[in-house]
Write a protein that binds this ligand. Sequence first.
Ligand SMILES: [Zn+2]
Length: 46
Amino acid sequence: MLENMDEFRCPKCNKLLFKYKLKGELVAQVKCTRCKTLASLQVLSR
Ligand SMILES: [Zn+2]
């Protein structure tokens, strides 16, 4: 069940920020706890 999840990593330091699995669209912003970069993620429906 937890397999085949997409990973969202910090674009700067490559820290794994979270994993997700979804149907539909996702827009998220996460501040990396390691390097403080504000990383944004946008997934359009497939
Ligand atoms: Zn980072």
